[in-house]
Design a protein around this ligand. Structure first.
Ligand SMILES: [Zn+2]
Length: 235
């Protein structure tokens, strides 16, 4: 509910005890009723404004989510309630330093070490890394895949975004999805210095460790996971 909508209710609550304790004549009562009607009109108008604002807000949200957040992000956030942290669900605001979260703790130690070094350097530049997804249990990965197939309508299309439990680098503890945008922007510039590379062109948030990248730069990216030989071998 918007503050604009709540405001008239609050003023009614303020009036109630005041009016209850007062005795007043017909004239005062009529005046009060008039104010009341006017207030209702104002409240009604505010409701209309709030509804329009909400509709606009929803529109802005919907259009920004289609550009900023991937369909997979939406799936993932829906899953936070269904699958627990033990399966790799990551609550909001988790960083690469949060050892107590299994999604972080079960990452490959070399990947985690590189992420922490990079995160410390990024912090000096005023950039903070947040983990949207790290290690995932096979159960979690299979659930994501099932959802993706129903979302995209076919296994072929879903495979462009979600790997199987057998092929997902997340299940191996070898991949991490990071945000927000300034974090991935920082990594696209400096990640190779830590062996951290974006692997797929369609997933700017997905990073894995490529130790050879240090001093040489990251290897060319695959357009999407279906071009990754690791996926094809198991398919
Ligand atoms: Zn990923």
């Amino acid at each position: 509910m918007s503050p604009a909508y709540r405001k008239p209710e609050t003023s009614w609550q303020h009036d109630a005890p005041l009016n209850g304790g007062m005795t007043y004549g017909k004239r005062a009562r009529t005046t009060h009723r008039r104010i009341r009607i006017r207030r209702n009109r104002v409240a009604g108008l505010l409701v209309v404004i709030a509804t329009i604002a909400a509709a606009l807000g929803y529109h802005v949200l919907a259009s920004s989510s289609s550009t900023a957040a991937s369909p997979l992000d939406v799936l993932r956030s829906e899953h936070r309630g269904v699958l627990g942290e033990a399966d790799g669900a990551v609550p909001d605001g988790v960083t690469v330093f949060d050892d107590e979260i299994p999604g972080i703790a079960n990452l490959d130690p070399d990947l985690l070490g590189a992420l922490r070094q990079a995160a410390s350097a990024a912090a000096d530049d005023g950039v903070e890394f947040f983990v949207d997804s790290g290690w995932r249990s096979p159960k979690y990965q299979n659930e994501l895949l099932r959802e993706a197939v129903s979302e995209y309508g076919s296994e072929e299309e879903a495979a462009r975004w979600v790997a199987t439990a057998e092929t997902s680098a997340h299940v191996w503890g070898d991949a991490v999805d990071l945000g927000p945008f300034d974090a991935t922007a920082w990594l696209s510039e400096h990640g190779a210095d830590y062996g951290l590379c974006q692997i797929y062109s369609n997933e700017p948030w997905h990073y894995e460790l490529r130790p050879d990248a240090i001093g040489r730069g990251c290897p060319p990216r695959y357009a999407d996971p279906t071009h990754d030989p690791r996926m094809q071998a198991a398919a």
